[in-house]
Design a protein around this ligand. Sequence first.
Ligand SMILES: Nc1ncnc2c1ncn2[C@@H]1O[C@H](COP(=O)(O)OP(=O)(O)OP(=O)(O)O)[C@@H](O)[C@H]1O
Length: 521
Amino acid sequence: MQMELHTGIELAVAMVRQQTLPALLKTATEQLEKAFWLTRCWALELDLSGRLLHCSELAEQGEFDCSDFSHPFSHILQTGRSRELSRAASYRLDHAGFQAMFDASDRPRSLWLEPLKGIGGRTLGILVMCRDGADWEGIVAQPLYQGLKELLTHQWVAQLQSRDDVWQRRMLKRSLDQLNDTETLRKRSEQLSRTLVGNSLAMTQLRAQVVRAAGSRLSVLVQGETGCGKDVVARGIHELSERSGGPLVIVNCAAIPDTLLESELFGHTRGAFSGADQNKEGLLAQANGGTLFLDEIGDMPMALQSKLLRVLESRQFRPLGAREEQHSDFRLVAATHQPLKQSIEEGTFRRDLFYRLSQFPLRIVPLRERPEDLEALSRHFIRLYTDREGMGPQGISSHALHALGSYGFPGNVRELRNVIELACLQTPVGDDIQPETLRLEDPFGNTFAGFAEEVTPDTLDGVPMPSDIRDLKAAAQAFEAAVIRERLQQYGGNRAQAAESLGLPKRTLAHKCLKYRVAES
Ligand SMILES: Nc1ncnc2c1ncn2[C@@H]1O[C@H](COP(=O)(O)OP(=O)(O)OP(=O)(O)O)[C@@H](O)[C@H]1O
């Protein structure tokens, strides 16, 4: 009796020490084997769906489908009662998994199959005991067996509960993480919608992409027609990224002469070339810790493309005339309105650089393909005008919006901005912009909608009538000069605004002003 008590306590302690269900089942079956002289003992675990019994100790073929009656376990589950199985009956059962278990138990004379149930009668699994004697009733009636079985089912339920708790905590954490991600994405997209305006599906998707791109370290290539917002997108990526506290260095590859672009980017030492009278830090170095935005990358000369590719691979570069290499940790955003794939085919753009740049490609849809954005963009530009000037129109009439909708906007959002700003100027304070104040024309001067005043070559000072032209080049230059003069007047001499309204870099406008001797008014 004392011996039995001692064994019982030993077994109980071993069981309660186990931290996982497989460890508990292994310990329990080993202890039962020892205590009752079994040749083998197995514990089959019923899965959550109730459709599969699993025996982790049987490495292969340890799964028993509960709807398959070619093994004895489905019958036990169905009746909920224990039963004995003889060696002869076991031989007759044609089930590979059961036969593997029978073999691994050394083909005992008798097996005892007992369903184990937890709280509320929920079936946990089946206990399989193997022995060469057949006195099962004598064993299962013993208080030691009853006590151990009760402890086993108790611990089994506790393990399932803690597994459920862990699983539930994990699920909860996962859904919270997902919620947080979605919430962050939503908040950032909302923040971006203040500068990257538009309610169309294309714009909503673009904002989500910009937020994703900002959160990654990949190089971004922004493609889209001129004036559609590539610059706005590049700034958005910088501002929403972890580098927003660092510099945003913008380089317009088309505006800097080829001969200067390399030294502008890489920097140079004093005496590196004639005219280099002091050391100059390049834009690559200036972008350290921030973002480098290479606008109009399609215009970069081939020789420089190879050098840029090397820099992108190592973030190392050597200023002109320098002996030592320098390092700069920048994130690259490039943009172009040119179809780069075509440039690659024509041999003017390096394929390997294209792939290096477009790790995260973004494409901006032209304004004519998202007319739903016209209203939000128009109101945005009216608000910007009013904030800047301290007064302005109240809004825009539905007729004016209709007129905007019927125009193709070859200059995209930049053109819309110019149209709205000019209309703001001509609309009495507090009124709505009307169609007559919208100056809609294509780049060749064809009028589309109500015009306040037509600007065609014959109304521009100094431009000959087409029939009077004797020198086409001179006439074209006179036309260019007249347009620039007129635009500068319109913007009160503000070169930046005039340049933007003409789709020109400021530097190019300055150069043309010098060439045509156009002074600001
Ligand atoms: N979705 C937008 N929301 C608000 N403003 C926009 C949007 N898209 C463009 N703009 C405005 O339109 C003008 C032109 O945009 P931006 O300079 O970004 O175009 P771009 O594609 O970089 O042009 P380019 O090809 O000439 O460099 C800017 O004044 C910009 O603020």
